[in-house]
Design a binder for this molecule. Structure first.
Ligand code: NFS
Ligand code: SF4
Length: 648
């Protein structure tokens, strides 16, 4: 493998490329230069066989020293590292879920005034999921009970997480038999950290069982709680038109970028930006208005619910500053580069942190508290307005911006496919059975500067839809494909295979659906559940012709997501690098042996087209097992026939 990490091209996005040129002129360092400075990177670390768990180490496994000082093998070291990544990712998603649950409960108890419950229908549905009796109870009382149960999921010590029961019976049986049903979210994270301490769990297979249990407490726990409660609080997404890329910034307006993850903050910034007094103040400073744009998953949250424009994905955060047109970048938690305050020094931009959990040297801290949410949000907007006059002439906003349709919650898909009165996943299943749709893929995850920005996402997704695989997306991957125009209904005719295109055109949807932020990967689990329930595609998630991928992953959160997909029975392919290659046994467990127990497994394939083909192969294998491979052949024959006819 090439150890230099110097890639041919930083990004396929021309907006980024042009701003990188400007960054060089402005003397601003970016993530790509830092990657080059870090190269060659440590191959022990990359393969998961460097251990720093105790001070007898650090230990690096190689032929001449095949064991750590304590005797730990490559298998143990790589497995400990891998499950620690799962625990960290689970902690991040779940602490987000906890913050939402706390706010939810405070709203239900009328302790905060700036938020209220928006989706009562979903509240009732959640009450049902939690086994709460609703008859004769007022909305607030039901909401309080829902909030209390949701919050208790984190600290629960015994039994099973509530949402586990949403999975197909067969899946639950597999989990119970393997002893990996999560008991409580915090407990699984803590136990994973305990097991990885020096001299504790030293059986890589046993470590991975706990890793699976911990990951399940993310997907079917913390992340699902975050998504479900956010929908009740802020509204369940419905189809909405939006725009994406740095061209959404406006030269004549105050530009505020909301970056990070939790919609608690971004929702309030959106409200504050339409405050009359603040708009007046902005006008007084010579600005035509206040323009909010999102970055990373904060972007996905407010895009899905309000159609607020998206400035870009993970690798565009520095480029946004280089435009010179951003007054404030306000951040909360996760995926925020420490370099931002440094980059901001070259321009007038102010970086504002808001969470006590994530401060950055050089940034201004404005504490964001749900009890005084709107006031904090207004203060942040005011600071942005006051900063407008500090702009220099060194401004360059790229032209690039693309339209997209977002807002495909599970409820939306159900409604669009089944119609208003008989919302159902049955039409999707029918189209899979008759072969128009070959299968469904979840393509998610980050950007990583080790590969050309967005290129893997685009190549993979185009290959999938060309082969009639419908694609569901979240996170930075969704933003990548939206920028390339794949999230418009017109994309079906241009990029999708004939079968998929026909379905998309009939229903009026794009071939690539935006399901939201990374915690919204739980929407993909719910959608897969519904496919099983709708019938005709087997009895377990692992029977479905579906696959998952994160072709440009970088975060520990992506590993947690991947593991809960695998532990839910889904074949999942990652690109870029793979963190267990230093252990043959562990890698074999993840890539092959897991399939015999969990019915799902991992694969690593850095080439996105080859990775897509692995997914298609898996989908075809599942179609064959379901006995629906023949129908697809017929559809293909029809197509050939049609072309023949057209040629005459
Ligand atoms: Ni997901 Fe979303 Fe993006 Fe990766 Fe980061 S923003 S939580 S971790 S980089 S997809
Ligand atoms: Fe080395 Fe073992 Fe300590 Fe890890 S736990 S640093 S392998 S001695």
């Amino acid at each position: 493998m090439d150890k230099t990490n110097i890639i041919k091209k930083e990004s396929v996005d021309t907006a980024v490329e042009s701003l990188l040129e400007k960054a060089r002129k402005d003397g601003v360092e970016t993530v790509w230069e830092r990657l080059a400075a870090q190269s060659p990177q440590c191959s022990f670390g990359e393969q998961g066989i460097c251990c720093r768990s105790c001070s007898m180490g650090p230990c690096r496994i190689r032929k001449s020293a095949p064991k750590g000082v304590c005797g730990a093998t490559a298998d143990t070291i790589a497995a400990r590292h891998f499950v620690k990544m799962i625990a960290a990712g689970t902690a991040a998603h779940s602490d987000h879920g906890r913050a939402v649950a706390e706010l939810f409960l405070a709203v239900a108890k009328n302790e905060v005034s700036d938020y209220r419950i928006k989706d009562e229908k979903k509240l009732m549905q959640l009450a049902g999921d939690f086994g709460i009796k609703t008859e004769g109870k007022k909305k607030d009382e039901i909401a309080r009970e829902v909030g209390e149960i949701a919050l208790a999921q984190f600290g629960q010590q015994k039994g099973e997480l509530a949402f586990i029961k949403k999975a197909p019976a067969k899946r639950q049986e597999i989990w119970r038999k393997m002893g990996i049903v999560p008991r409580g979210i915090d407990r699984e994270i803590a136990e994973t950290m305990h097991r990885t301490v020096m001299g504790n769990d030293q059986d890589y297979q046993n470590l991975l069982l706990q890793g699976s249990r911990c990951a399940l407490s993310d997907g079917w726990g913390g992340s699902m709680i975050a998504t479900e409660l956010q929908d009740v609080l802020f509204g369940t997404p419905v189809p909405v038109r939006g725009q994406v890329n740095l061209g959404v910034l406006r030269e004549d307006e105050i530009n505020i970028i909301v970056h990070g993850h939790e919609p608690l903050l971004s929702e309030m910034i959106v409200v504050a930006a339409s405050d009359k007094e603040l708009l007046q103040l902005a006008k007084g400073k010579g600005a035509k208005g206040i323009n909010i744009a999102g970055m990373c998953c904060s972007a996905n949250e407010i895009l899905m619910r309000h159609g607020i424009p998206v400035a870009g994905n993970m690798l565009q955060q520095e480029a946004a500053l280089v435009t010179g047109a951003v007054e404030v970048v306000v951040v909360d938690v996760q995926c925020i580069m420490q370099s931002l305050p440094e980059t901001a020094k070259c321009y007038h931009t102010k970086i504002i942190t808001t969470s006590p959990k994530a401060k950055i040297p050089g940034a201004i801290h404005v504490n964001f508290d749900e009890h005084t949410a709107l006031n904090s949000a207004k203060e942040i907007v005011r600071r942005a307005i006051e900063n407008f006059s500090n702009r220099t002439k060194n401004i360059s906003i790229p032209r690039e911006k693309t339209d997209l349709i977002a807002g495909f919650s599970y409820e939306t898909i159900n409604y669009l496919l089944g119609g208003a009165f008989r919302g159902s996943f049955k039409p999707l299943n029918d189209n899979i059975i008759n072969g128009r749709i070959r299968g469904v893929a979840g393509v998610v995850g980050c950007n990583n500067p080790k590969v050309t920005q967005d290129e893997n996402h685009l190549l993979m997704v185009k290959e999938l839809i060309k082969n009639d695989v419908m694609v569901l997306q979240t996170g930075c991957s969704a933003i990548a494909c939206a920028k390339a125009g794949l999230m418009l209904p017109e994309a079906a005719a241009e990029y999708a295979g004939a079968g998929l295109a026909e379905v998309c055109e009939t229903v009026g949807i794009p071939p690539v659906l935006h399901l939201g932020s990374c915690v919204d990967n739980s929407r993909i689990l719910v959608a897969a559940n519904e496919m099983v329930k709708a019938g005709g595609l087997g009895e377990d998630l692992s029977d479905l012709p579906v696959a998952g991928a994160a072709p440009e992953w970088m975060s520990e959160k992506a590993i947690a997501i991947g593991q809960y997909f695998v532990a839910s029975g889904v074949f999942t392919v990652f690109g870029v690098t793979w963190p267990t290659l230093g252990s043959e046994n562990l890698t074999r467990l993840l890539f092959e042996e897991m399939e015999s127990t969990l019915k799902g497994k991992w694969a690593f394939e850095p080439d996105p087209i080859k990775a897509a083909q692995l997914m298609i192969k898996h989908i075809d294998k599942k179609r064959k097992a379901l006995g629906i491979d023949k129908s697809r052949e017929r559809v293909l024959f029809d197509m050939a026939k049609r072309r023949e006819l057209e040629a005459v």
